[in-house]
Ligand binder design. Structure first.
Ligand code: DOR
Length: 425
């Protein structure tokens, strides 16, 4: 007898779109077909069942900033957002530059049991940009994605050496593209709006210079490079050309960068302060084209919780960052003008391939596959209420906004960890 059966859904996966029930036993999909039965039923009428989503970019804050988020609370937000795997960014305190810290984060993820937590590793010790982190040792312990996120590696020689060093390893070097000398003191995108407001601006070129530099270093070395949270039209054009040239490059975009503009800073509300900053309508249009034509491989949230006491500070002192895990799906469904299977690809199997977890996430819904699944109603509407989000922090820029598309159930390793929109642990 099957343990669970998901009934009445439309299956959307790398094999295509079709009707069918999905039965689960022993952590795996046991049957796919019509009129299946099981001990317990997850009603999915009107819903889509797809491989669970994979977020390449999540700040879980533990160790060190547990007042903002923990591995458990962030994992719960992820599960409620339909994610079955998340890459944990390394800007913790201490940073994820040692096997000890990385293994501790992974262990916390296993204890929470809500989704698979994949710790990233630092590119440089303490993300200071001075000396290479023990990348081979971290890779041997299972780390796939390396980044100093929050900081870009400023020194081109060091970045070149890291790229050369990475060639013998099955790793992805993920760059936060920001030339720091061009953004010192900046609080928002540099443009008309920052001029009107008299606020110091973060120019687009600060991102684009590093995108260009790393494309050229990847051309020189052959390294595999992933660009985090692309935010400008020119960055998208550079990546498009690099891919056409055959370089091993991938890129992601965050929902806030394709839905919100720098005009939001007219409120002077630091909820809208994020790094890289919210850009212009033209940048949004270019990101959407990039997501449509495959230049951008994945939607990644850059979920960045911060406590109210910090976000309520003035713009110059408040930290950058926004919540993202529970709003990614409806924003991707509603704002990109893409067909539903393309949206699911950007949230699931494309990022799964970059994270190196395609054996268990983003896989086709077939018997034998590990049952990591998202079940969502693409038509259901709901209104964002920050106080009801699972994160420990409240810094969503979408407070009060009505969204279409809602996660109903999430199945992680065969166990429903979200049922009817409620976390089960
Ligand atoms: O807005 C951001 N917040 N961008 C980053 O790169 C880091 C992140 C954080 O850690 O809060």
């Amino acid at each position: 007898m099957n343990e669970w059966v998901i009934k009445g859904a439309t299956i959307v996966d790398p094999d295509g779109t079709r009707q069918g029930d999905v039965a689960i036993s022993g952590g795996r999909i046991s049957e796919v077909g019509a009129d299946l039965s099981g001990e317990r039923v997850l009603d999915a009428s009107g819903c889509i069942v797809s491989p669970g989503f994979v977020d390449l970019h999540v700040h879980l804050r533990q160790p060190g900033r547990e007042e903002a988020e923990t591995v458990e609370t962030g994992s719960r937000a992820a599960a409620l957002g339909g994610f079955t795997a998340i890459v944990a960014m390394p800007n913790t305190e201490p940073a994820q530059d040692s096997v000890a810290v990385v293994e501790q984060v992974r262990r916390w993820g296993e204890e929470a049991g809500l989704c698979e937590v994949l710790p990233s590793g630092c590119l440089t010790l303490d993300r200071a940009g001075e000396r290479m982190a023990p990348i081979a040792e971290l890779a041997a312990s299972g780390v796939r994605l390396f980044t100093d996120d929050g900081n870009g590696v400023q020194d081109p020689l060091l970045m070149r050496r890291i790229m050369e060093y990475s060639l013998d390893l099955d790793v992805v070097l993920a760059q936060h593209c920001e030339v720091a000398s061009l953004t010192a003191g900046a609080v928002m995108h540099e443009g008309c709006c920052s001029s009107h407001l008299g606020l110091p601006g973060w120019p687009a070129v600060a991102e684009e210079l590093m995108v260009f530099r790393d494309i050229e270093l990847a051309r020189l070395t052959g390294a595999r490079v992933h660009f985090l949270h692309l935010s400008t039209a020119r960055s998208v054009a550079l990546v498009r050309q690099a891919k056409a040239d055959g370089l091993r490059i991938t890129a992601e975009a965050a929902p806030h960068h394709f839905t919100l503009t720098d005009e939001m800073l007219r409120t002077f509300d630091a909820t809208f302060k994020v790094n890289p900053p919210l850009r212009t309508r033209d940048d949004i249009a270019a990101l959407k084209v990039g997501l449509r034509d495959g230049t951008i491989d994945a939607i990644a949230t850059d979920h960045a919780p911060h406590p109210a006491a910090l976000k309520e500070q003035p713009l110059d002192t408040a930290p950058p960052g926004m919540l993202g895990l529970q709003t990614a799906l409806p924003l991707a469904l509603g704002e990109l003008g893409l067909d539903l299977p393309e949206v699911v690809a950007l949230l699931s199997w494309r990022p799964a391939a970059i994270a190196g977890v395609s054996d268990r996430h983003g896989t086709a819904v077939r018997p034998g596959a590990v049952a990591n699944l998202a079940v969502f109603d693409p038509e259901a509407t709901w209104t964002v209420d920050a106080t009801r989000l699972a994160s420990k922090s409240r810094n969503t820029p979408y407070q009060g906004r009505t969204m279409r598309g809602q996660v109903r159930h999430t199945v992680f390793r065969g166990t429903p960890v979200v049922i009817d929109g409620e976390a089960q642990r």
